[in-house]
Design a protein around this ligand. Sequence first.
Ligand SMILES: Nc1ncnc2c1ncn2[C@@H]1O[C@H](COP(=O)(O)OP(=O)(O)OP(=O)(O)O)[C@@H](O)[C@H]1O
Ligand SMILES: [Mg+2]
Length: 327
Amino acid sequence: MSLIEVKDLAKVYKIPKRQAGMLGALKSIFKKEYTTKTAVRSVSFTISAGEMVGYIGPNGAGKSTTIKMLTGILVPTSGKVLVNGLIPYKERQKNARQIGVVFGQRTQLWWDLPTQDSFELLKQVYQIPTKRYKQNMDTYNEILGLHEFLHIPVRQLSLGQRMRADIAASLLHDPIILFLDEPTIGLDVVAKSKIRKFIREINIERKVTVILTTHDMADIEKLCKRMILIDNGKLMYDGELAKIKEMYGDKRIMVVDLEGDAPLELEQVTVLKEENSRKWLKFDARKLTPAELISKLSQHYEIKDLTIKDQDIEVIIRHLYERKEKR
Ligand SMILES: Nc1ncnc2c1ncn2[C@@H]1O[C@H](COP(=O)(O)OP(=O)(O)OP(=O)(O)O)[C@@H](O)[C@H]1O
Ligand SMILES: [Mg+2]
């Protein structure tokens, strides 16, 4: 049975029209006019217990709106949402006990209180037994290094510290599902990598089901087997990340330092860039293996140095976004 079930889900925002000037403002009091914005249209998917899914799409695609409907913050305009058997907006408090939520853009913690106090408050709110609270604080402290800033008010924390605090806070009450809306936004590479490690551990060791939105393709690549892609409120792709890579071929980039004057013309190879003796070569590993390419190159050149990397998932996703724009 699926843990999360979303069927034909839609959200249309109603936005009051503001008329210009005093007279306009007066008119609006008596006769409200609205425009509408369809943020999510007919989205369906199911997620099983234990999965870690990347929910991705360009700015304004409807990701946060979906998360807000799953967490019960927003009421859907139509369609069905079930989270572990609960309808989130109808049973918001009950749902809150089984889920954790982090909105990377905005803290859920008390801005003016020392970080420690926010945790204590959450302990009260969720009635977490003292023993369990201590165990969890110890574990999260160990991985996320909370102790260095527990005494500091949330508003004085650095972005990285605040994100660590928010993530720990979302997990204090042992939720079975964790929604992360851009949990690595604005963080440096070291902080990102720490947070990814923590998310992976939570998913594997505590079996927490994770739904993650991000604009960082490395997050998806490092964390999620499955990706749900939406754009303009519509579902564009739902499946394994590896399949998408396959669809676009097994493209690799070889960076080589070559010595020799022969002009570089190789079948099945595109030269992306050249800088003195260094060349960036793109090839499809299904048609030409790296070993074959090296052997061809070494017939004409001396190879001084060489590295091979996969085509970035970022490039593939960009193709997917662009393909839709042309439709
Ligand atoms: N409260 C609101 N009232 C009116 N329109 C809204 C509201 N919240 C979001 N929207 C609109 O709905 C669409 C989807 O917004 P949403 O925040 O879900 O996108 P997103 O995929 O999370 O984007 P981002 O990657 O920028 O966070 C956007 O066009 C946005 O302007
Ligand atoms: Mg968003």
